[in-house]
Design a protein around this ligand. Structure first.
Ligand code: NAD
Length: 262
C-alpha cells in the first residue's frame, strides 16, 4: 500500500483525487490538507467517513501521517513551496498544479536529487491529452506550421495552460524554430496573434462550461490537420494520478510527463 496525502483536498481536482485514492486497493489516504480543514475527507467527497481529517498544516501532517507521496492540486503561486517542503520531509511530490516555470522545475530537480526523494510533474494527467501531445510531435515532423488553441473553464488562474506549453515544447524537439504568418504581419490589437513559444502561437480561451480542451492545428499546402482532446470530466485525470502515485517511489530525481510512466 502506498501512503498518500492530498494537498488542495477541498478543490475541484483535490476532491476527485481523494475519491480516487479512497477507491484504490493499493493506495491508502493518510492525510488531506487545504486552507480550510476540520471535516472528514471521505464525507467531504460524498463517501463514507474515511477517518482522515482535513488539516491546514502541511508540515505537521507530514509528521503525524507519515505519507510517502503528496499529490498537489493547489495554486500556481504556492506549488513550488509545497513541492520543496515535501522533498525536505522525504515525501515524493506528484504535482498536477500548473504554472511552474523552468527555473521552478530546476529547483525541484536539484532538491529531488540531493535528498534522494523522487518527484513527478504532469501538466496533464489525462491519457488522451498525452496521446494528443505525442501525436502532435509526430505530425510536426511533416507539417511544421502549427498553432495551438487551448480552452478552459474561467476559474483557471494561469494562461497559457501547462498542457499547451508542454505541447509546444514537445513540437519544438522535432521542428526548427521559425516565425509563422506573413513576414510583415502587424498586430492591430496586442495579443491578437497569441503567445509565442519558438514561433508556435498559443491562444487561450476562458469560458464557463469548459473543463480542459485543446486543439493543435497543423497547416500545409491545401490542407489542415487538427488534433483535438477534450476532458469533459475531472475523472479523466484520475487513472494518470493513480499510476503516478504507485510508480513514483521507483523513479529517480525529477520526472516530467505522464508519457514517461506508460
Ligand atoms: P481549485 O481552486 O478548485 O482548488 C485548489 C485548492 O487548493 C482549493 O481548495 C484551495 O483552497 C487549495 N489551496 C490553495 N492554496 C493552498 C495551500 N497553500 N495549501 C493547501 N491548499 C491550498 O483548483 P483546481 O481546478 O482543482 O485546479 C488546481 C490546479 O490543478 C490548477 O493549477 C490547475 O491548472 C491544475 N490542473 C491540473 C491538471 C493536470 O492534469 N495536471 C488537471 C486539471 C487542473
Amino acid at each position: 500500500m502506498t501512503k498518500v496525502l492530498v494537498n488542495g483536498a477541498c478543490g475541484r481536482m483535490g476532491q476527485a483525487v481523494v475519491k480516487a485514492v479512497l477507491s484504490d486497493d493499493e493506495l491508502e489516504l493518510v492525510g488531506a490538507v487545504d486552507l480550510r480543514g476540520g471535516m472528514d475527507a471521505g464525507e467531504l467527497v460524498g463517501l463514507p467517513k474515511a477517518g482522515v481529517t482535513v488539516t491546514t498544516d502541511l508540515v505537521k501532517t507530514f509528521d503525524d501521517a507519515k505519507p510517502e507521496v503528496m499529490v498537489d492540486f493547489t495554486r500556481p503561486d504556492v506549488v513550488l513551496g509545497n513541492a520543496l517542503t515535501a522533498l525536505k520531509n522525504g515525501v515524493s511530490p506528484v504535482i498536477g498544479t500548473t504554472g511552474l516555470s523552468s527555473d521552478d522545475k530546476e529547483k525541484i530537480k536539484k532538491l529531488a536529487e540531493e535528498t534522494g526523494t523522487p518527484a513527478f510533474i504532469a501538466p496533464n494527467f489525462a491519457i488522451g491529452a498525452v496521446l494528443m501531445m505525442v501525436m502532435a510531435r509526430e505530425a510536426a515532423k511533416y507539417l511544421p506550421d502549427v498553432e495551438i488553441i487551448e480552452l478552459h473553464h474561467d476559474k483557471k488562474l494561469d494562461a497559457p495552460s501547462g498542457t499547451a506549453i508542454q505541447t509546444a515544447e514537445m513540437i519544438g524537439e522535432v521542428r526548427r524554430k521559425h516565425k509563422q504568418g506573413h513576414p510583415d504581419e502587424k498586430e492591430k490589437l496586442a495579443g491578437a496573434r497569441g503567445a509565442d513559444i519558438d514561433g508556435i502561437r498559443i491562444h487561450s480561451v476562458r469560458l464557463p462550461g469548459y473543463v480542459a480542451h485543446q486543439e493543435v492545428i497543423f497547416g500545409g499546402l491545401g490542407q489542415t490537420l487538427t488534433i483535438r482532446h477534450d476532458s469533459m470530466d475531472r475523472e479523466s485525470f484520475m487513472p494518470g494520478v493513480v499510476i503516478a502515485c504507485k510508480k513514483i517511489r521507483s523513479l529517480k530525481g525529477l520526472t516530467v510527463g505522464l508519457e514517461k510512466l506508460l
